[in-house]
Ligand binder design. Structure first.
Ligand code: B3K
Ligand code: ZN
Length: 878
């Protein structure tokens, strides 16, 4: 692995395969230390050229072509596969090779978790299992036979439907699976082990009877019910909203503690990180439950958007990921508060994707090139990609989008296609020219929309000029205007919505309209506007852009109180806070005390007084903007000044409104047993937000309150919220409760992850020493991605004060781990090293220190994964 060559794969160099696999039969002689794979392929020529089979880290035993054994001189073998010249248009090739699952720490291909065996193939893991054309545009019908020791591996699963099973000699047994739907190798999966399961029946709208199962280690069987319920809800929802039904007789989900990402949509056999399956009220928080619902939905929705219609090549990744994220967002929005879901999604976009788009990894939704495709499972591909699908929804409406989806499936079911094919289906189904949409796929960088408005009292007109520009990004300059729908409303000075009539149009458009900005600059003239209105722009966050629009604190306060659009009521609160916090962090950076304007107190007072307000919007509007989003809004970042400013405002709001927070806290107490219902979730969130403000106060009564909640809680949401408040605000009993928490939960790895993560976020004392010490804790394992995320991920992303310590100690800690981890699991190491990406935006001392660590990492013998991220981070910008 260490001698990996730097290579660049380019979309412009795409070549269709010369050979298609018609069908493939795989036989696995499973063993944790030494598995033998027999791979029998029926091949058909589709173009000139040799047969290329990808294969990495495999021990080749034999190759047969049309029944004849080949010798080494009959093919060319290299580190990444083998090439075979074949005469004629049909061929049967059989390859036998061996692999060592128990030694596989990269968790790609076939590997071991606890005592069972499982696979992860997307994107290029199948080539670590067998020699095969491991590319998504090769789709084949798979038959799989698994053979293993019956006692150690009683459960044998693969894709599709089960067709046979039975006993073999020597205590071994077998199971055979057939997947009738042709698929690329990245969707292949197998699981073998001693697992328990729960089961449910489901009948599709088309009348197909399906057996649903959730498998997990036996000790976890009491934590699978919610996942099953979410699956049933997702299946129903996809039928009702998209008209899509399931297409096999079984649907299996397997939970594992050792997984590089969240979950994987393998056809008929989803494999999940246990954190997105396991839940019980006392072990999982409300956020965990919402995460499970969304990821279960996501993987299920891939069955159509990803599996039935897949990607031609990996540049098209957003074709399935952006679309499927859009679908899971809508699923969650339909099942919970739509407004809160939209706000949360936008917060995620701003915290994760906007910085990516402004840094060295900036790439279009459809990247033009990569070195390691694992590095492109990014916020841009996933969530900016989902925003792009949402743009079609804004432009075409629900019915128009559904028409487009129907045409897309009608044209492409069973095919591997491109984002152009998706765009064409949307355009053709609706008879619209959507060609400008292509720019959203091809141009990196977050568009900036600036606003200028002029009111003419004499003619009662409002002139609104919108301008767009897209910043330069690495390797991309001079971008073209794209298609930006800007949803808008106008409010009078009392907060009432004004009817919107555009110059030259016969009819008023109602009280909300969508303006289409499809040029660099466009002016819209509204008529019959007597007084200068307050603008409510980009309602519902109608496009993934940054809005530059100066509005006074009075205007923002009016929007907070009266905007008809819930998203923009929240947005106004965040803009009010952001303005004040950005000034305050500058004062702090200059060594001055932070001061906050009166308007903030007034706005918070109003929110706290309004008991009739929607609790979801209340909780969102009372939460200050994240440090990462504040950092996005300044030219030069001093992360500690930002953290200090935010904490200063929290303290001020805690002190100014202590009695209001207290009565809010009391009024929202539980009235019955814990239930995972949207209204209860929001109530607990608001109550725990009040607790987090109260915990800032140096007040013994408040300290008692948190401790009591910790002791009495019958659910993890409340227990964790109390623990968090106590630990992060330096409660005198913090150490005691942390020890108590570990005692209580040491047998539950997912809860132990929470314990690591919380401590990694502590900024008191010596955080770096604390993390180094926690890494020595017996429960910590560098080989387990969840543990790495819980400790080092939480430190680097959730403890900005300590990670960005001016002495560089936080940077050193992470760089040390990256170097160690790269030898174990390159994909996870590459994720972690990405925390250095924003280095150029930091103030001088930190910029220098981050640059130093990146340069140190670059000196080492790196995996392709880490080398690509570090190489891009250090490349000359522009
Ligand atoms: N498709 C998988 C992601 C695979 C990541 C491989 N590095 C999960 C998902 O998006 O559903
Ligand atoms: Zn996905």
């Amino acid at each position: 692995m260490r001698e990996q060559q730097a290579r660049t794969i380019r979309l412009s160099e795409y070549q269709p395969p010369a050979w298609q696999v018609e069908s493939v039969s795989l036989r696995f002689e499973l063993d944790a230390d030494d598995t033998r794979v027999h791979n029998h392929m029926q091949l058909r020529r589709v173009a000139e050229g040799p047969l290329r089979l990808d294969g990495e880290q495999l021990k080749l035993e034999s190759i047969h072509l049309d029944g004849c054994k080949l010798s080494a001189s009959d093919y060319e073998l290299d580190d990444e596969g083998l090439t075979l010249n074949i005469n004629g248009d049909q061929a049967e090739v059989t390859v036998v090779n061996r692999i060592e699952p128990a030694k596989n720490t990269a968790l790609e291909g076939l590997y071991q978790s606890a005592d069972f065996l499982l696979t992860q193939c997307e994107a290029e893991g199948f080539r670590r299992i067998s020699y095969y054309p491991d590319r998504p545009d090769v789709m084949a019908e798979f038959r799989v036979r698994l053979e293993a020791d019956r006692e150690r591996y009683p459960v044998l699963l693969s894709n599709g439907n089960p067709v046979d099973s039975g006993e073999l000699e020597g205590g071994r047994h077998f199971a055979e699976w057939h997947d009738p739907h042709p698929k690329p190798s990245y969707l292949f999966a197998l699981v073998a082990g001693d697992l328990g399961h729960i089961e449910r029946d489901f009948t599709t709208a088309e009348g197909r009877k399906v057996t649903l199962r959730v498998y997990a280690e036996h000790r976890n069987m009491d934590q699978c019910d919610f996942a099953m319920e979410s699956l049933v809800n997702a299946m129903r929802w996809d039928e009702e909203r998209f008209g899509l039904s399931y297409d096999l007789d079984v649907y299996n989900i397997v939970a594992t503690d050792d997984f590089n990402m969240g979950a994987m949509e393998n056809k008929g056999l989803n494999i999940f990180n246990s954190c997105f399956v396991l839940a019980r009220p006392d072990t999982a928080t409300d956020q965990d439950y919402l995460g499970i619902e969304s990821v279960i939905g996501h993987e299920y929705f891939h069955n159509w958007t990803g599996n039935r219609v897949t990607c031609r090549d990996w540049f098209q990744l957003s074709l399935k990921e952006g679309l499927t994220v859009f679908r899971d967002q809508e699923f969650s929005a339909d099942r919970n508060s739509r407004a809160v879901k939209r706000i949360e999604d936008v917060k995620t976009l701003r915290a994760g994707q906007f910085p990516e788009d402004a840094g060295p990894m900036a790439h279009p939704v459809r990247p033009p090139e990569y070195q390691e495709i694992n590095n492109f499972y990014t916020a841009t591909v996933y969530i900016k990609g989902a925003e792009v699908v949402r743009l079609y929804h804004s432009l075409l409406g629900e019915e128009g989008l559904q028409k487009g989806m129907r045409l897309y499936f009608q044209r492409h079911d069973g095919q591997a296609v491109t984002t152009e094919d998706f765009l064409a289906a949307m355009a053709d189904a609706n008879g619209q020219d959507l060609s400008l949409m292509q720019r959203w796929y091809d141009q990196a960088g977050t568009p900036v929309v600036s606003v200028e408005s002029r009111h003419e009292p004499e003619s009662a007109r409002l002139h609104l000029t919108l301008r767009q520009s897209i910043p330069d990004t690495p390797g991309q300059k001079g971008k073209q205007a794209t298609l930006i729908p800007v949803a808008l409303g106008l409010l009078d000075s009392q907060g009432r919505a004004l009817p919107l009539k555009l110059e030259g149009e016969a009819q008023a458009r109602g009280e909300e309209t969508v303006l289409i900005l499809d040029q660099a600059e466009k002016t819209f003239v509204f008529e019959s506007i007597a007084e200068a209105p307050v603008l409510s722009l980009l309602r519902g966050f109608s496009a993934p852009v940054k809005l530059e629009h100066q509005q006074s604190d009075e205007a923002l306060s009016l929007l907070m109180a009266h905007d008809q659009d819930a998203f923009n009521r929240w947005e106004a609160s965040q803009r009010l806070y952001s303005g004040a916090l950005i000034e305050a962090q500058q004062s702090i950076a200059d060594g001055e005390p932070a001061r906050f304007p009166e308007s903030i107190q007034a706005a918070v007072a109003a929110l706290l007084a309004d008991d009739d307000a929607d609790p979801g919007l209340r909780v969102e509007a009372l939460t200050l903007p994240a440090e990462t989003w504040l950092a996005e809004q300044v030219a030069v970042v001093n992360p500690v000044a930002i953290a200090d400013a935010r904490q200063a405002l929290r303290r001020q709001l805690a002190e100014a409104f202590s009695s209001q927070w207290q009565s809010l806290y009391e009024s929202l107490a539980d009235s019955g047993p814990y239930q995972v219902r949207p209204a209860d979730i929001l109530r607990r969130r608001l109550r725990n937000l009040a607790l987090s403000y109260l915990a800032v106060l140096d007040d013994t009564a408040m300290q008692e309150l948190a401790l009591n909640q910790y002791r009495r809680a019958d659910n993890m949401t409340d227990q964790m919220a109390a623990l968090r408040a106590m630990v992060l605000e330096g409660h005198p009993a913090a150490e005691t409760v942390l020890a108590d928490f570990y005692q209580q939960w040491q047998a539950q790895p997912l809860v132990v992850d929470k314990w690591f993560s919380l401590q990694a976020q502590r900024s008191d004392g010596d955080p770096v020493a604390r993390v180094r010490e926690l890494a020595e804790h017996p429960a910590f394992k560098l080989t387990n991605p969840n543990k790495v995320r819980a400790l080092y991920g939480a430190f680097a992303n959730g403890n900005r004060r300590a990670f960005h310590a001016a002495d560089g100690s936080g940077y050193r800690l992470i760089a040390d781990v990256v170097l160690k981890l790269d030898r174990i699991n390159p994909a996870i190491a590459a994720r972690l090293v990405s925390v250095f990406n924003p280095w150029r935006r930091m103030e001088a001392v930190r910029r220098e220190a981050m640059h130093g660590e990146l340069s140190r990492i670059k000196q080492a013998d790196l995996s392709r994964d880490v080398a690509e991220i570090v190489g891009r981070a250090l490349a000359e910008s522009g």
